[in-house]
Design a protein around this ligand. Structure first.
Ligand code: ADP
Length: 246
């Protein structure tokens, strides 16, 4: 397992959002998360990335790095967690006044203190990989949504994470642009990246992911082989949700 999560809980004030999450993420596996709005999917990803600090629970990474959220954590431990994963956001979250290339080198240069030339060479390679070799010097507003999201993917890859997290990466896109972003994510899956993808793209879940998790009300209510869960859901809440989106 790349990451074993046990007893993860997160509340915002009185509101319990993640109630008791146990989850194993195998190295090189693609895990899809589905579930109704408000079920805690984004919060789970943000906890994995250290953008939110869980109230309780335990993370165990394969390299023996572990975090026990029942105890007070050091800032250095949270930073270490942040560096393990790259996050791709629904709304891209690019710096509007930086070019595609500058967006991609920001993390390596500012956070990882990499030499600018090395970071630039690497960013060029990543932008080529996501099919943006001709767009490196353009600003986000000069790019389509699909292109902006591909910059977002290159930027997340640039910090050389062990785990890639995608929060509804195509839900802000016009239908004709969804394919180009899913295509890039699929290529990463084929390269063996470990990924957690929140998405309602059923075909992606079925054909690309290895494991599907269905969340509702802060719990994982059903999980398993994506085809099985999608075609023969056992839980009434999963059935109800799938009836709405299929
Ligand atoms: P999903 O991604 O499944 O739509 P979220 O994780 O975004 O669900 O949200 C789960 C619940 O947590 C929602 O009720 C949401 O309003 C609440 N929530 C999320 N983030 C915050 C926050 N920073 N402060 C307060 N409540 C939050």
């Amino acid at each position: 397992m790349l990451l074993t999560i046990k007893g993860l809980q997160k509340s915002f004030g009185e509101l319990a959002v993640l109630k008791d999450i146990d989850l194993n993420i195998g190295k090189g596996k693609v895990v899809t998360i589905m579930g109704p709005s408000g079920s805690g999917k984004t919060t789970l990803l943000r906890c994995l990335n250290g953008l939110e600090i869980p109230g309780q629970g335990h993370f165990q990474f394969h390299d023996d790095f572990s975090l026990d959220f029942n105890q007070k954590l050091r800032k250095s431990e949270m930073l270490q967690l942040r560096r393990k994963s790259g996050m791709v956001f629904q709304s891209y979250n690019l710096f509007p006044h930086k070019t595609a290339l500058e967006n991609v080198i920001e993390g390596p240069v500012i956070v990882q203190k990499k030499d600018k030339q090395t970071a630039t060479n690497e960013a060029e390679r990543l932008l080529e990989k996501v099919g943006l070799q001709d767009k490196m010097d353009l600003f986000p507003h000069q790019l389509s949504g699909g292109q902006q999201q591909r910059v977002g993917i290159a930027r997340a890859l640039a910090i050389e994470p062990e785990l890639m997290l995608f929060d509804e990466p195509t839900s802000a896109l016009d239908p004709e642009l969804i394919g180009e972003v899913l295509g890039v994510i699929k290529d990463l899956a084929n390269e063996g990246w470990t990924m957690v993808v929140v998405t309602h793209e059923v075909s992606f879940a079925k054909h690309v992911s290895d494991h599907l998790i269905f969340m509702d009300g802060g719990y994982i209510v059903e999980q398993g082989d994506p085809k099985e869960v999608l075609e023969q859901p056992k839980e009434p809440r999963t059935k109800q949700f799938l009836n709405r989106i299929l």
